[in-house]
Design a protein. Structure first.
Length: 131
C-alpha cells in the first residue's frame, strides 16, 4: 500500500463562506498515482470546517447553520465558530475507485470559514492511502 501526503494552503474569508477544494483534491490524487483507496482530508484549526454538499444548496445549508447556531449572544466573540466547526467536522474521508474520488457529479468539497476574517490562510492536510 502507498501513502501520499500533502499540505495545501487555501485563502479564505468569512464569516460563513464556502471555499471549494474539490479541484485541489483531484489534482493531489492525480499526483499520487493511487487508483484505489481512500483520501483523508483535515483542516487545521478550531474554527474552520469541511463540508461535502450538492451544488445549489450552499445558501440553504448556510442559512440552516445560522439558525441552528446564531452568531450573537455568546460570552466569547467567536464561540459560534467553534460550535459550527465541531458540529460540521474538520475532517472527511472519501473513497477512491479507479483513480476517481467517489463523489456524485454535482457534489463539491468545501472549506467553511466560520470566522469574520479576510484573506486568512487555512492549512489542509491531504493524505491518500491505497494502491
Amino acid at each position: 500500500m502507498k501513502v501520499y501526503s500533502k499540505v495545501v494552503e487555501v485563502r479564505t474569508y468569512g464569516p460563513m463562506e464556502l471555499h471549494p477544494i474539490t479541484s485541489i483534491l483531484k489534482e493531489t490524487l492525480h499526483e499520487s498515482d493511487i487508483k484505489n483507496g481512500i483520501v483523508w482530508i483535515s483542516v487545521e484549526g478550531a474554527t474552520p470546517a469541511l463540508c461535502l454538499l450538492r451544488r445549489g444548496i450552499e445558501k440553504r445549508f448556510l442559512s440552516y447553520i445560522a439558525r441552528l447556531i446564531p452568531f450573537t449572544g455568546w460570552n466569547h466573540g467567536n464561540a459560534y465558530a467553534h460550535l459550527i466547526s465541531t458540529l460540521v467536522s474538520t475532517n472527511k474521508a472519501i473513497p477512491i475507485i479507479n483513480g476517481e474520488l467517489l463523489l456524485n457529479p454535482d457534489e463539491e468539497v468545501y472549506v467553511l470559514e466560520t470566522r469574520s476574517v479576510y484573506n486568512h490562510v487555512r492549512k489542509i492536510a491531504i493524505e491518500i492511502h491505497g494502491n
